[in-house]
Design a binder for this molecule. Sequence first.
Ligand SMILES: [Fe+2]
Length: 246
Amino acid sequence: MNSWVDLHTHVLPGVDDGAADVDVSLAMLRKFRDDGVKTVVATPHFLHPHFKVSLELVRDRLLRLQNAITEEGEEISVCFGAEVRYRSDLASNPELVRSLTLNETGKYLLLELPFQFAPPELPEVVFALLSQGVTPILAHAERYTDFQESPELIEDLVRRGALVQVTAGSVVGQLGRREKKLSRWLLKRNLVHVLASDAHDPKVRAPGLRKAVQEAGGILGKEAAVGLVQDNPTRIIAGEPIPRHL
Ligand SMILES: [Fe+2]
């Protein structure tokens, strides 16, 4: 039996550019379930300039969705998370950082960077978060222009203690050639810790990890590939350490 966890999704209704309402959320959840996912981490954009999202809003929508799941009798669970937009002063508010950690364990933060350039002070921010006991996970690390041009920047951040999430659609080539190339580069070097869908809707940016796991299995072997959607994200939402290669 699969007990896969999708660690990066925009499944909450009416919060950001993800699910528009509860019906769309439920349609997404049925797709997650059919793909073998048992736990979905809802990670709406947070501190993002385009979306005004508060903790109260996220908690309210999470509760609404959990109630709808119970009413529909769906066998899938959704837990709290956030995709936190990078700010150079992020670590200066440890209480906020803690409140935004995945499944509220205080241990892991899904961190989204600006797409065009890697912030020069990023290594210091990674260090500051780690010294608060919070491990940053670089959200869709394969999608940033600077990283595509200089992938060794990711390797350096992993050596410093950051983790890497790669998007399933990138691994299978749905998000572009450069994204696929960097995904494979990272997988070959054991620099990927989590594969996640970053699903926004049921059809276009849709749930689905299975094809990416298959593709990754061709590089890492099946067991290690499944680890990226099962063992590692399960430990992350439990707030436990995960095995690292660097
Ligand atoms: Fe996202």
